[in-house]
Ligand binder design. Structure first.
Ligand SMILES: Cc1ncc(COP(=O)(O)O)c(C=O)c1O
Length: 436
């Protein structure tokens, strides 16, 4: 296929400047290990694990074979009022590594669906408890919770909201946790625990008993790796407990080893009531997400309806799709057999040390890092975000893929990366940044 502007017109691409892209397309034609290849044969190091979803690297045969075998044997059957073995096996595997007592998982097809499902679970739980007055949700500035209406309502990113005014009502935002004094913090910033007290003020203003749930990413990923200040998540947990509010961790990026442990919840030692997951659940090889809930939430909702009736009027045609489950099981087996959470954790110091060597470059405004994830924020040049967009393209042609949000690059390499490849990322970044 020739990749000319005309031949690309039919596909309206997501989160992409379509006209700009089609005039100079970057087409990935192959992915293997930590590399992509472009349409001209150029090799690109995948420094963001695609969109943070491929920590095992690309082209894992075990996953491909599991999906192929599954599709040949049993391609699809619905999950409404019938089941197949794979979803139960995957649920078992995932809930073995989620924090106790989060032992029940509802499958979806993406992070966005997980967030909207979590909103509905919170609503159903409070209603089953006779607390239907809990109609408010709390989120945070600079949050990203996907693109469905629920997730956009909770989103704290202006570009994702401003075109869509008719979102869910009754959402209140906490302030984000970035502060000038914490620039170049490595790990959890020392200052900023008091940002959690915004939740107290919201409870005082609206009444804690009117709030259903607080949604936060343990580390705000998409807006540039905002690591929670020390004590912040603990304080949110305390305030939620005081007021009977559910705490939801959106672990779509943090989950499955990115923070050095299985989930951000375990890395930060705070157990939420609900966790949303997706991405690395299947290594990105099949679309899949999930919502993991505490025993009590599952029991409350399932026992609230008469014995033989449906308890939760929600589900997707492809919830727990057999091929996605096969990919999920194979992915979880690889994590376990290759000790990849431990491997990722073992690389953290080297990775963060390397990234922080860019600290003194003129164009760098801030660097933040935790686990195998680092946000490198550049001083804007021209309109906010224009430098980031330009750099993402330049870096691709210079041999690395890095996801930019605004003027912040988010580096989150696959867990199988070698130290020399980390050196390579840093040297391409240094070289590209020196020409800004
Ligand atoms: C924290 C968080 N929640 C939700 C989503 C949405 O996931 P998806 O793109 O799979 O719908 C993302 C995607 O990056 C995310 O980072």
């Amino acid at each position: 296929m020739q990749f000319t502007a005309n031949s690309l017109e039919s596909h309206w691409m997501p989160f992409t400047g379509n006209r700009d892209f089609k005039s100079d397309p970057r087409i990935v034609t192959k992915a293997e290990g930590v590399y992509f290849w472009d349409q001209h044969g150029g090799k690109i190091l995948d420094a963001s694990s695609a969109l943070f979803c491929s920590p095992l690297g690309h082209g894992r045969e075990e996953i491909a074979e599991a999906v192929y075998e599954q599709l040949q044997r049993h391609d699809y059957s619905p999950h409404f009022q019938m089941g197949h073995p794979g979803s139960f096996e995957l649920a078992e595997k995932v809930t073995r590594i989620t924090p106790d007592p989060l032992n029940h998982i509802f499958f979806t097809n993406s992070g966005s669906e997980s967030v909207d499902t979590a909103i509905k679970i919170a609503m159903a739980y409070h209603r089953a408890n006779g607390e239907g007055q809990r109609i408010r949700f709390v989120s945070r500035e600079r949050a990203y919770h996907g693109v469905n209406i629920g997730g956009v309502s909770l989103s704290g990113m202006v570009k994702n909201r401003e075109t869509f005014p008719g979102v869910m009502p009754n959402v209140v935002c906490l302030r984000h946790t970035w502060m000038e004094e914490n620039t170049f913090s490595r790990g959890q910033p020392e200052r900023g625990v008091e940002f959690a007290d915004d939740l107290k003020r919201i409870c005082e203003t609206y009444g804690g008993a009117t709030i259903g749930a607080v949604f936060v990413e343990p580390i705000a990923g998409s807006t540039g790796v905002l690591v929670p200040p020390k004590g912040y998540l603990e304080r949110l947990r305390e305030i939620c407990d005081e007021h009977g509010i559910l705490l939801v961790f959106d672990e779509v990026i943090c989950g499955f080893g990115r923070t050095g442990k299985a989930f951000g919840a375990q890395s930060f030692g705070v157990t939420p009531d609900i966790m949303t997951i997706a991405k690395a659940l299947t290594n990105g090889a099949q679309p899949m997400g999930g919502v993991v809930v505490r025993d009590e939430i599952y029991k409350t909702i399932t026992s609230s309806a008469p014995e033989s009736s449906i308890e939760f009027f929600h589900g997707y045609t492809y919830s727990g799709h057999p091929a996605a489950c096969a990919a999920g099981i194979a992915t979880q087996n690889i994590f376990q057999n290759e000790n990849l959470f431990e491997r990722a954790n073992g690389l953290v110091d080297y990775f963060q040390d390397s990234m922080f060597t860019l600290k003194n470059m003129d164009c760098v405004k801030d660097i933040r890092g935790y686990g195998l994830m680092n946000g490198i924020e550049l001083k804007p040049k021209g309109a906010p975000g224009s430098l980031g967009t330009r750099l993402q393209k330049e870096l691709f042609w210079n041999g690395i893929h890095i996801k930019f949000t605004g003027d912040c690059g988010i580096v989150a390499p696959p867990f199988i990366i070698e130290k020399e490849q980390i050196d390579n990322i840093v040297s391409i970044l240094r070289e590209t940044f020196s020409r800004i």
